[in-house]
Design a protein around this ligand. Structure first.
Ligand code: DX5
Ligand code: ZN
Length: 227
């Protein structure tokens, strides 16, 4: 069975002065999800956006069916889960490095009405999340150190994606395997072939001089070589 990957453009690289229309361009071009990067200036050395922006994008998501995929790069994420869920997040992903009780935090996300996801930094080994794989709807492999868009893909991530794909398959998990950081048309196929089914792309969608539609087309045609 061939499963077509999902494209989740990261709005971190969008033009915030016209966020709604820029996001709409990506959706019109075929993006299925929107990836929303939340940074607190503590867990990562950058500050981005909060629940207000999720709330502002919710009507667009309702109109188009796009999934709001929220990636929390913040300390003490449990303090903010209710607010992100109420604001309209479909998926809330937390970092294993930030959770005192990861399992309880994931449970809290589900009872708040969102789908729980877990993620880990490039230097964090996979075994740190193995015991919660049965609890999540999504596992996100960071292929850059979180904090900024536009960084280069860390090549060792491909092996980690392959290992996680094997783990998910062994346990009959239906969790999405998402990859985030440095993905471009020239490496997207490698990531998909390793087992990813959701691809985050920020600068490759919203950056550069080409229109968003051209960028989305370039990413989607690069992975459909095998599809
Ligand atoms: C990094 C963020 C990523 C980033 C992706 O901390 O989690 O989502 O914005 O951007 P690109 O695709 O430009 O690496
Ligand atoms: Zn992200």
């Amino acid at each position: 069975m061939v499963v077509m990957p999902i494209l989740a453009p990261s709005i971190l690289s969008a033009d915030f002065a016209r966020l709604g229309s820029h996001a709409q361009e990506a959706i019109d071009a075929g993006a299925e999800w929107l990836h929303i990067d939340v940074m607190d200036g503590h867990f990562v050395p950058n500050i981005s956006i909060g629940p207000l922006v999720v709330r502002a994008l919710r009507p667009l998501a309702d109109r188009t069916g796009v999934v709001l995929d929220v990636h929390l790069m913040i300390h003490n994420p449990e303090k903010y889960i209710d607010r992100f869920a109420e604001s309209g997040s479909d998926i809330i992903t937390v970092h294993v490095e930030t959770c005192h009780d990861l399992s309880a935090t994931l449970e809290r996300i589900r009872s708040a009405g969102a789908k729980p996801g877990v993620t880990l930094n490039p230097d964090t080994p996979l075994h740190t999340i193995e015991n919660v794989l049965g609890q999540v709807d999504l596992v996100l492999i960071m292929s850059v150190n979180p904090g900024f868009g536009g960084q280069g893909y860390i090549p060792t991530s491909t092996r980690k994606i392959r290992q996680l794909r094997a783990l998910l398959d062994e346990t009959d998990s239906h969790a999405h395997l998402e990859v985030d950081g440095g993905i471009k048309p020239d490496n997207i196929l490698e990531v998909v072939e390793a087992g990813a089914d959701v691809i985050v792309a920020g600068s490759a969608v919203f950056g550069g001089a080409d229109p968003v539609s051209t960028n989305v087309e370039a990413l989607k045609s690069a992975w459909s070589v095998t599809a």
